[in-house]
Design a protein around this ligand. Structure first.
Ligand SMILES: C[S@@+](CC[C@H](N)C(=O)[O-])C[C@H]1O[C@@H](n2cnc3c(N)ncnc32)[C@H](O)[C@@H]1O
Length: 237
């Protein structure tokens, strides 16, 4: 059955990222694409002694995180499967992978994270930066987290950055708007779901920071207020 709410949110998300990816170059100073998520770089020493590395980047965008990961692990044979629902993101990811000479290590895949099947015990690192809140339901989120846990190899790491407790306002009038995220949970609720999915794993990072930022909507620019949860776990041997 068609879900008009999800379709509407996905149109809004595609619009805002099409605008962003057409206007901003990867690593453009002063923009949200200026550099990778710092926590991800801080996790990389865990992989320095591996003989090979396999990663998965869900909602990879144009390569802001996966490209620096591959660059930092130079010398280790690396492959990253990089998944995004937006074809433009994957086109630009491929261009950027060539530009930064990591194209042989990056597989760009156009697919929704809801649908992308995660093979068991395949990955050293699974990233989900600003994507889990775009899964199509809370049930899908719980199922996907279970798949991610199973998809990690022993000592593999999952790292998520998730918008929670989100509010959306029209920037010029200040009027409150419907939030264009499929899942909008309180931070505590999201932490409880993550803790349940990764019980028995070692929590490497748990941090919440309040952010305000602007994004594009067809009606104009809106301001988002969000508590951004960074959560990283290591699957125990
Ligand atoms: C805020 S951007 C972040 C991109 C990248 N993770 C980064 O940190 O630069 C969110 C990305 O998730 C993608 N996305 C949104 N919903 C998705 C879904 N259900 N499945 C896969 N990708 C999705 C968008 O197209 C967009 O490229």
């Amino acid at each position: 059955m068609r879900d008009y709410r999800i379709e509407q949110i996905r149109r809004a998300e595609a619009y805002s990222h099409t605008e962003a990816y057409n206007k901003l170059a990867l690593f453009e100073p002063g923009s949200w694409l200026s550099g990778p998520v710092k926590t991800i770089l801080e996790l990389l020493p865990h992989f320095q002694n591996r003989r090979s590395f396999r990663g998965l980047d869900l909602g990879c965008g144009v390569g802001r995180n996966c490209i620096p990961v591959i660059q930092a692990l130079r010398g280790i044979p690396c492959v990253m499967n990089c998944v995004d629902i937006l074809p433009l993101a994957i086109d630009k990811l491929r261009e950027n992978a060539e530009k930064y000479r990591v194209e042989s290590s990056i597989n760009g895949i156009v697919c929704s994270a809801d649908q992308y099947p995660i093979a068991e015990e395949q990955y050293d690192l699974i990233l989900g930066v600003s994507v889990l809140e775009h899964l199509d339901s809370v049930d899908t989120l719980a199922r996907k987290l279970d798949e991610i846990y199973r998809g990690l190899r022993q000592d593999g790491i999952a790292c998520f950055v998730i918008n929670t407790s989100i509010q959306e306002h029209d920037r010029s009038s200040g009027a409150s708007r419907n939030v264009q995220f499929e899942i909008n949970m309180s931070t505590g609720e999201m932490e409880r779901i993550l803790d349940a999915a990764f019980s028995g794993s070692e929590v490497l990072r748990r941090r919440v920071v309040h952010y305000q930022y602007d994004t594009y909507r067809e009606s104009g620019i809106v301001r988002l207020d969000t508590d951004v949860l960074t959560y990283a776990v290591k699957k125990r041997s």
